[in-house]
Ligand binder design. Sequence first.
Ligand code: G2I
Length: 447
Amino acid sequence: MRSLRTGLSLTSLVAGLALLLTAPAAHAADTPLRDLGTAKGKVIGTAVTGSKLTGAYGDIAGAQFSSLTPGNAMKWGSVEPTQGSFNWTEADQIVAFAQAHNQQVRGHTLVWHSQNPSWLTNGSWTSAQLGTLLQNHISTEVGRYKGKLAAWDVVNEPFNEDGTYRSTLWYNGLGADYIANALTWARAADPAAKLYINDYNVEGVNAKSTALYNLVKSLKERGVPIDGVGLQAHLILGQVPSTLQQNIQRFADLGVDVAITELDIRMTLPSDSAELAQQKADYKAVTAACVAVARCVNLTVWGFTDSDSWVESTFPGQGAATPYDANYAPKPAYYGIAEALGGTSTPPPTGACGASYSVGSQWNTGFTGTVTISCSGASLSSWKVTWTYGAGQRITQAWNAGCTQSGAAVTCVNASYNGTVPDGGSVSFGFNASWSGSNPVPTVTLG
Ligand code: G2I
């Protein structure tokens, strides 16, 4: 398994590297975020969609992160769409992927007001029936993954902005002690999993985070099992709370772990280089706040690529909230995280366009490749990318570009429809090629 991981790391290392004209080799030795995190005692995670865990998405998820959170797959509506009829397919797939890549899994989430099955929300239940349903749900799901998950977001989003309890199926039906009971049932089903309460807008010191603080304090005083708080951190560009580190510290001082569980930082589209630079600073500030507090154990992004983020469909005109763009090129935000974790790599310079080359799937005689042209602080109206193969590889087919090969020299130019690369944007093309013996990654040149 170790050698498998090494192989995947290499592939996605390449996928994640922008070999820019102005700094060609500086990124080749970039250390994956998960390894930078390990050196700081932090687990670095991402939310994932199970069906996407192949190709470049799977390579990056496996190589860069040491923790996975199913974005939707473990929610009640996903696992028990019809009462008594369970679907664990995607959740199991994510757990298996994590095990194969030596990653933790954060279970998300057991008790929430959203994404519940309609049979549950439309039913009319007595308080006793509701309690039994919840206990069985927790026992069944936590029990299924007993010993396999590092943590569970047991209760999600229990508070209103003013710190009062949110009016939900659970609060209305069971009273505030649904939280203590859920934690107790989860502990019984998997004593090894760390049990969290998770919420949003609790990153800084405010009425909501103070309500969470008071709840955790009283749960601990009562001996209710609570191991951590999750600060979701769905943030807006330029608005990292100034009290973030102080807030993390006050929870740590209560004797619980803290995780940044759903970090993303959204901006007004289309993104430009100034926004991307601010986003880098914001990601760096959040990561640094976690690094500064020993009990901040996990920093998880809510999707690592802009192609797998909830933001654009939820906030019209907003997006680009994650550390990789939609073509899997690392954005300045990626380097913000890396730098706060002590990474020494030089991020792509601003005011430049560059091209990166990555190998996607590879079989015994062939492989699929992707080249991404990205611009930051500059733009293009047409492009040409060239490289020289060092081991006899031959392009057999290309799409979204016109490619020719003469001897070892490959030249690819834009198609009629994708010559424009805007500031802060990127364009990708793909190809199939043959190889034998070895398949080293060539240095690509844009120009
Ligand atoms: O809303 C952002 C997050 C806030 N904190 C709790 C998280 O669990 C929540 O995640 C999001 C998922 O990232 C979205 O993917 O939760 C949303 C639902 O509240 C998820 O959106 C749903 C869509 O609403 C459904 O239409 C869709 O079928 O995703 C489903 C699966 O793709």
